[in-house]
Structure formats: C-alpha cells, structure tokens
Design a protein around this ligand. Structure first.
Ligand SMILES: NC(=O)c1ccc[n+]([C@@H]2O[C@H](COP(=O)([O-])OP(=O)(O)OC[C@H]3O[C@@H](n4cnc5c(N)ncnc54)[C@H](O)[C@@H]3O)[C@@H](O)[C@H]2O)c1
Length: 386
C-alpha cells in the first residue's frame, strides 16, 4: 500500500477539523475517502469534493472505501466503533479519550492486541509539542535527577453554559462518562503519565456541577503519590478565568517550570539530596544554573500526529501515541473521580469493573434535564490549548 484511504466517523467540531487539513493535503500519503455523521445532510460540501458520505459508522467501516478510520464521535462510541473497525481489518486512530471508562478501554485494547498487524493509535496531539518532548527528554536522560514533586495547575479550560448546552452528550454520565478530567484536560493527564508514569495512588476532590448546570466534575484538585514516594498535585477547572497553566516538576537535580510560553530549568550543581546529606553548613544550598529552554509550538499538531499514524501503517514507524497508552489517561481521570465520590484514596491500577459499576449507578440515578441549544462551539478552534 502506497497511500492510506481514511474515513472519519463523527463529523462534529473535531471531525471537521481533521477533514479540513486532510482535504488541504497537509498529511502526505493520506486520502480522505469517506466521512460519516448521524446528520449526513450537513456533509454535502464533502460529497461535492468526491468524499463518500455515510450515515452509519458500520456502513462506512464495511464500505470497502477505507483502509483506516478516525473515530471522532462522543466517547462511548469510541469503544464500539473501534472494535467494529478492528474486527473488519481496518487500522484505527481514535480520538481522546480512547474510551469513556477504563473497562471499555481494556475491551478495545484486548481486540487490538489480538490483531498485531493493525495499528491502533490515540489522538493525543500534545505529544508532538516540542515543550513536552523536551521535558520528557530531560526526565529520561536523568538530567532532572530523581522525581521529588510535580504540581500542575491546569485551570485554563474555561467553558460557558452555552458550551455545555451545545451537545446533549456533553457533561453527562450517560453521554460522556465524566467532565473536565475526561474531556478538556485529558490531554494533560496523558502528557503527565507519558512523562512521569502512573502514580500508585490518587486522592481526588471534585466539584460536581459546582459552577455549571451539569452533573459531572467541573472543578478538581487531585493529590498523587508515585512509587518512589514523590508527590503531586493536579488542579483543573472549567470555571476559572483567567485560569492558570503552570507545570512545575522538581527533581533532585533541579526544577522545571513551564508557564506563560517559557520553559525554565533551574539546574542544581549536583544532586540536592546528596548535598543535604553531605554539606557541612546548616543553611547552605547547592549552586544553581538558570537555563531558558527555547521551544516552538507545533504548527499543526493534529496533522502531525496523523502523519505519524500514516507512517506507522505504511512504513511500520513507531507510534508517538499508541492506543495502549490511552489507557493511562482514562484510568487517571476515572480514578480521581472515583476517589472523590468515595471520599478516600484509590490505588492504581484502578479496578475498572468497580468504576464501571459505579458509573452505571450514576447514569441510572441521573436527574439532569438537558436542553440542547445550537451554537456554543462556533469558536471551536480557540479551544486548542498550547
Ligand atoms: N484531540 C482534540 O483536540 C479534540 C478536540 C475536541 C474533541 N475531541 C474529541 O472528539 C470527540 C468528538 O468531540 P466533538 O467536540 O467533535 O463533538 P461534537 O458533538 O461536535 O461532534 C460529534 C459528532 O459525532 C456525530 N456522531 C455521534 N454519534 C455517532 C455515531 N455513532 N456515528 C457517526 N457519527 C456520530 C454527531 O452527529 C456529531 O456530528 C470527543 O470524544 C472529544 O473528546 C478531541
């Protein structure tokens, strides 16, 4: 195969965004041949450009017009459509989260595992951003030393009531399975776990519809504990303006701070934990060097990740965001909410079946009456966070 024929299932905000750069030829060796939406009448412009239009995901999957699909529907369908596409022999790129909850993610991954010749990838485009790649390199090379603490205040995900009213599935247990953790800042949870691995325990404090007319979490503070005893705090909100995005990682050899478009590394001259054991003076500290680490923002991160997916299928290139990695962010999001609901710490790996059972109770007990109002996401492109 020299060129990948790709279909997109789900042509809402992000599906149309993907279709736009694909039709503009931004991803080499990838041809958008089919799209599918439950409202196919809105897809005439694609049909006019020679793209086949389907109203059911199953039809597109079995149409013979695609080698791969990008699944960009609401979360729960990621699992069912993903499994169906894999079983039909297709390669799959699935939007984040890979599933609405951990047990579903494991179902999807189990099918993928049984089909090693097919590619399953997750759309976690923050992974192509140079700033996170550089932080990861510093961590992996040991330049930061041993992890001591991580704090991420990640509250610049402001969303209005109009946003939540724009889709019946949004911010409901039944339609989405979670709130800010599973939707907006899931990318940040992915990057966190990609850089530092999973914590061994979490304690979540969540406000459920604290500021919006929704039933899922719109405000979160989570305490994290890592296997080596390092601790972390992750804070997020869709109700905080102006909002903050500050990532601070402290290792025994220095501190990294990413904020306001700058990445600063304050490098200890030696290992501070070694220093505190061996220094003669009581108030002395290691010398430091201040390093400003330059970075550019990725020009078109979604397209770049898609380019990698195409290379994985056509050339066997390693995936930047393998589907299996998608388990980590959904697990973190689920565990933090589960912890908050139970009022106690939750150990990882999370018991996915226990969370699924609790989620079903939340769905059954839902009293939320939602009125859908069109609009609210017209300025969608502004939602991509850098
Ligand atoms: N990677 C990113 O930057 C990013 C950004 C936004 C959204 N997302 C993810 O993409 C997904 C969709 O989000 P959105 O904001 O585009 O939602 P949306 O509500 O704007 O669009 C969803 C679309 O899917 C269609 N649809 C629903 N069920 C379907 C089915 N079974 N078969 C075919 N089409 C179906 C709907 O008609 C709608 O057009 C979510 O999982 C979200 O988390 C990712």
């Amino acid at each position: 195969m020299n060129e990948l024929r790709l279909g997109i299932i789900g042509m809402g905000n992000i599906g149309r965004h993907h279709a736009g750069y694909l039709l503009d030829g931004k991803v080499s060796r990838c041809h958008l041949t089919a799209v599918c939406s439950t409202s196919p009448g809105k897809l005439d412009t694609y049909a006019a450009r020679g793209v086949r239009v389907w109203s059911r995901g199953s039809e597109l999957i079995r149409s013979g017009t695609v080698d791969a699909v990008l699944i960009a529907t609401p979360h729960y369908d990621h699992t069912t459509l993903g499994i169906e596409a894999l079983e039909a022999g297709l390669h799959v790129m699935v939007e984040k989260p890979i599933s609405a909850h951990k047990a579903d993610a494991e179902r999807l991954l189990a099918v993928a595992q049984g089909r090693p010749k097919q590619v399953l990838a997750g759309m976690f485009q923050l992974r192509v951003e140079p700033r996170y790649q550089k932080i990861r390199r510093l961590l992996e090379s040991g330049e930061l030393g041993r992890l001591v603490r991580v704090n991420w205040i990640n509250t610049d995900w402001f969303r209005t009531e109009a946003y939540y009213a724009s889709g019946g599935w949004r911010a409901t247990w039944k339609g989405e399975g979670g709130g800010v953790l599973l939707n907006q800042c899931l990318h940040n949870l992915d990057v966190l776990s990609w850089m530092l691995g999973q914590p061994r325990r979490v304690r979540g404090y969540c406000g459920f519809g604290r500021h919006h007319q929704i039933e899922v979490e719109d405000e979160v503070t989570a305490c994290l504990e890592y296997a080596n005893g390092a601790t972390g705090v992750f804070v997020s909100s869709t109700a905080e303006a102006p909002g903050t995005n500050r990532l601070e990682i402290v290792g025994s050899r220095g501190r990294l701070v990413l904020e306001d478009g700058r990445l600063r590394f304050t490098r200890n001259d030696g290992d501070m934990l070694e220093f505190l054991r061996t220094a003669k003076g009581g108030f002395t500290k290691p010398d430091v060097w201040n390093v400003d680490i330059p970075f550019e923002n990725a020009a078109a991160p979604h397209a770049q990740l898609m380019e990698n997916f195409v290379a994985a299928v056509l050339d066997g290139a390693p995936l930047i965001a393998p589907g299996s990695d998608g388990l980590h962010s959904v697990e973190l999001a689920n565990a933090i909410v589960f912890s908050a609901l139970q009022g106690r710490e939750v150990d990882l790996p999370l018991d996915g079946a226990a969370w699924e059972a609790r989620l079903k109770e939340l769905i059954a007990g839902s009293r939320l009456q939602k009125t859908v109002v069109a609009g609210g996401t017209d300025d969608f492109a502004a939602s991509f966070r850098r």
